[in-house]
Ligand binder design. Structure first.
Ligand SMILES: [Zn+2]
Length: 304
């Protein structure tokens, strides 16, 4: 199976350099340094096939206001890589001469087409740029905060507090009873789209406890044998999907209508068919989603 979309970021995050403001300033004066423009949460992508991230030089930053400051993403072959948020510009493609060369696509639409390393960098850039855009004020005292450490924290000088980009853990689980798997659909999803059940891990809860709680809350099913399989960064806006499997010890579904429109058991052959192409009763998530991986892995496992 191909790599999980948004995994495989090749950058060395070089954490010690983040704290070295002089080093960061020097890198932003080097021609070799690469800067990824991000505009309204979309990374700049080169036109043509296959799409790739489009990198600019630090000259892009000449004459710009200090805010928002570039975020240091990391090093690749000794070259510093930054992301810069151009969202305050009405038309950066024209302003910076990218028109006809590159564009700002929706990351969800383009992520599965980008080389794996590029998608990982795009996820990192989108998530941290978005965090800065929405955390300009201190949650403790309400004063304005400033970026710090290459953009990996924000500092409030009024109350001397430091704030860090958040990553929200989400449990996503494929529940099976052997020959069938449990899938659910939210009211907003087009029919007949179903996916694995999912929910945020809450405060004071293990991943396994979150899986058991969410399945019981959403579908009324009691599960055991929760197993972690793989994870996926999901920067919409700041999730980490924690893919699990679980075995159902009860079968009767009771749907919580505030969370799901419907939940149902699907036989293995129905799911295998839907992985090839949507059927009248079932469409499953696309390969870029970890739910797809969980579902596919189950169909390929002997005796599930
Ligand atoms: Zn404060």
């Amino acid at each position: 199976m191909s790599a999980i979309v948004f995994s495989g970021n090749p950058l060395d995050r070089a954490e010690p350099h983040r704290r070295d403001a002089a080093w960061l300033r020097e890198r932003l004066c080097e021609e070799a340094t690469r800067v990824l423009p991000v505009w309204r949460l979309s990374p700049l992508v080169r036109n043509g096939e296959p799409p790739r991230l489009a990198w600019a030089t630090p000259a892009l930053l000449d004459g710009r206001d200090a805010q928002p400051e570039p975020v240091f993403l990391g090093l690749l072959d000794g070259v510093a890589h930054f992301a810069v948020d151009l969202s305050d510009r009405p038309d950066p493609l024209v302003e910076f001469g990218f028109e006809g060369v590159a564009h700002f696509p929706d990351l969800r639409a383009v992520a599965g087409l980008l080389p794996p390393g590029d998608a990982g960098i795009a996820a990192q850039a989108r998530q941290v740029v978005d965090w800065h855009a929405r955390h300009g004020f201190c949650p403790g005292c309400g004063e304005r905060t400033r970026p710090k450490d290459g953009g990996w924290s924000r500092w409030c000088s009024a109350c001397s507090s430091e704030h860090f980009p958040r990553t929200d853990p989400v449990a996503i689980m494929l529940v099976t009873d052997g020959e069938r798997c449990l899938l659910g659909r939210q009211p907003a999803w087009p029919r007949p789209f179903f996916s694995a059940l999912a929910g945020f891990v809450e405060a004071g809860e293990t991943l396994e406890e979150a899986v058991r709680r969410e399945v019981l809350e959403e579908a009324g099913i009691t599960v055991e044998a929760v197993r972690y399989l793989a994870s996926q960064p999901w920067p919409f806006p700041a999730s980490l999907m924690l893919g699990c499997t679980a075995h159902a010890v009860t079968r009767e579904i009771h749907v919580d209508r505030s969370e799901l429109e419907e939940a149902a058991w699907f036989a293995r052959d129905e799911v295998v068919a839907a992985l090839r192409a949507p059927t009248p009763r079932l469409a499953v998530p696309p390969p870029m989603a970890i739910a797809h991986r969980l579902i596919r892995a189950w169909t390929e496992r002997e005796g599930g």
